[in-house]
Design a protein around this ligand. Structure first.
Ligand SMILES: Cc1cc2nc3c(=O)[nH]c(=O)nc-3n(C[C@H](O)[C@H](O)[C@H](O)COP(=O)(O)O)c2cc1C
Length: 151
């Protein structure tokens, strides 16, 4: 699967007033009406169990210059929010200032699939914080994008 490029998103929520989050490359849009999105969490994740009881979460899609944020939110033991500028959504979920697009979601459903858990979110609000090229992960690196070409 390392040959398949992915977007990079930070899924966030608050637990007992403290922000928690993790990096996912498995974000995908599922349905437009209703607006449903999904991502997949490894059963071995130690961060997701902290987040699992939250009814809401934010999905922060990273732009091309945010590789450091991707690494930080996938590092074990790190204080992932240290030095990170964020504000709380109405539901209290961290909206990262450096994200390019943020989807505020309510949890629609979850189901185990193989060694991952599929999480489906219903999009309640969508914010485009800035128009910029996306952070793209491929073969353990970030793509160096110069510009987009027409599809
Ligand atoms: C680019 C990238 C994409 C990732 N995508 C996922 C993912 O979709 N699902 C997942 O469970 N972990 C994914 N990870 C790994 C988690 O971010 C990370 O291993 C995990 O949060 C750290 O372990 P913890 O959950 O025990 O804190 C990804 C990591 C990187 C760098």
């Amino acid at each position: 699967m390392k040959h398949v490029p992915t977007s990079v998103a930070i899924v966030t929520t608050t637990v007992g007033g403290r922000p928690v989050g993790l990096t996912v490359g498995s974000f995908a849009s599922v349905s437009l009406d209703p607006a449903l999105v999904t991502f997949f969490v490894d059963h071995q994740s130690t961060t997701w169990p902290l987040m699992a009881n939250s009814d809401t979460f934010a999905i922060n899609i990273l732009g091309h210059g945010q590789g450091e944020c991707c690494r930080s939110f996938s590092s074990k033991g790190a204080d992932r929010f240290a030095g990170v500028d964020w504000t709380a959504s109405d539901d209290g979920d961290p909206v990262l200032a450096e994200a390019s697009v943020v989807l505020e979601c309510s949890k629609h459903s979850t189901r185990p699939l193989g060694d991952h858990l599929q999480v489906v979110g219903q999009v309640q609000k969508l914010h485009v914080l800035r128009e910029e090229l996306p952070l793209v992960f491929h073969q353990g690196s970030f793509l160096n994008l110069d510009h987009l070409v027409s599809a």
